[in-house]
Design a protein around this ligand. Structure first.
Ligand code: 4NP
Length: 154
């Protein structure tokens, strides 16, 4: 199973979700079954490391982050089974992109649609503070755990 997380810049939320999912996959010994990556809808930060606040919140929760920002490309729609977006703007941009790609197999959804607490939107934290990143992290954690259950990875 191949899972791609998508946000706007690919430096705050989606590399966080990628790190959380990889952490859970490792913890559950499902590495051989799952591939995880992230991308942004924009080109703003291509090649950049994750935002220092994403690194900080992941580190303080014992989750390793390793990613370089990249932009979503046509091939992602043929390669990934799931493309999980952070907010409605990402979702509509990704669906629009998918409509221009032949043979898209990806299921395009909100990551937060898997949140057992029903917080569907993982809000852009870029102009926020650490407390926003902490909220994002908990949302990613709850949603990724529940996603793994739903798709029977755990
Ligand atoms: P992300 O956050 O989409 O979670 O990576 C943002 C990062 C950068 C910008 C906006 C959101 N920006 O406008 O540069």
């Amino acid at each position: 199973m191949k899972i791609l997380f998508v946000c706007l810049g690919n430096i705050c939320r989606s590399p966080m979700a990628e790190a959380v999912m990889k952490h859970l996959v490792d913890k559950n010994g499902s590495q051989s079954e799952v591939e995880v990556d992230s991308a942004g809808t924009s080109s703003y930060h291509i090649g950049s490391s994750p935002d220092h606040r994403t690194i900080k919140v992941c580190k303080s929760n014992g989750v390793k982050v390793e990613h370089r920002a990249r932009q979503l490309v046509d091939e992602d729609f043929q390669r990934f089974d799931y493309i999980l977006c952070m907010d409605d703007s990402n979702l509509s941009n990704v669906k629009q992109h998918a409509s221009n790609v032949a043979n898209s197999k990806a299921q395009i959804q909100l990551l937060g649609s898997y949140d057992p607490q029903g917080q569907k939107i993982i809000v852009d934290p870029y102009y926020g503070d650490m407390s926003d990143f902490e909220v994002n992290f908990q949302q990613c954690l709850r949603s990724c755990e529940n996603f793994m259950k739903q798709v029977e990875l755990i």
